[in-house]
Design a protein around this ligand. Structure first.
Ligand code: HEM
Length: 158
């Protein structure tokens, strides 16, 4: 009799533990899907740091650096801030975009697909340097790839 009760108690305990574990893991994955890309990237400071490093690479690049020649410190600071706000807003963060529409900002510069790829490549290198996890890396690069039509001259709708 007594051993029966102990066995039953053991089984109930096991079930409780199993349900608790299922509950914990499912609420974890739910919390994970509810977190914006902005949050998963590490929030504003992380994005700000990425943009700082990324833009230095772009400005110092032997091929695409020419697009930024003649920009003074204040213009560069503004360009940097506009890119931070854009990345923050486009990943679900609490920022307002402060840039002109991207098509308008890039039209007439004559940017090619190859030049776009060089710039995107600098972002890839920077995200790797910041050790951004693969999932967040893929999500961000998909968003960036979607902007090609607003940057590359031959693709911009005029
Ligand atoms: C996904 C890729 C890109 C993003 C998200 C991006 C974003 C931006 C933003 C937010 C601005 C500021 C617009 C404003 O003043 O309101 C800007 C301007 C500019 N971008 Fe890009 N850009 C991208 C690719 C490129 C590439 C590939 C180049 C050159 C190779 C480039 C060259 C420039 C230049 C020269 C300006 C200044 C334009 C001006 O003020 O007249 N961008 N970009």
């Amino acid at each position: 009799m007594k051993t029966h009760r102990i066995v039953r108690f053991g089984k109930s305990l096991l079930l409780i533990v199993i349900f608790a574990l299922i509950g914990a893991t499912s609420s974890l994955s739910l919390a994970e899907t509810e977190r914006s890309l902005y949050e998963r990237l590490g929030g504003y400071d992380a994005i700000s740091g990425v943009v700082d490093v990324f833009l230095i690479k772009v400005w110092e690049d032997p091929v695409v650096g020419r697009f930024f020649v003649g920009m003074g410190t204040d213009t560069r600071n503004q360009l940097r801030q506009k890119n931070k706000n854009l990345m923050c807003a486009n990943t679900g963060g609490p920022c307002n975009k402060i840039n002109r529409p991207l098509g308008e900002a890039h039209v007439g510069l004559g940017i090619t697909d190859k030049e776009f790829d060089i710039v995107a490549g600098h972002l890839v290198t920077t995200l790797k340097e910041f050790k951004v996890p693969q999932k967040e890396f893929d999500e961000l690069m998909t968003k960036v790839g979607g902007l090609r039509d607003y940057v590359v001259e031959a693709r911009i709708k005029k």
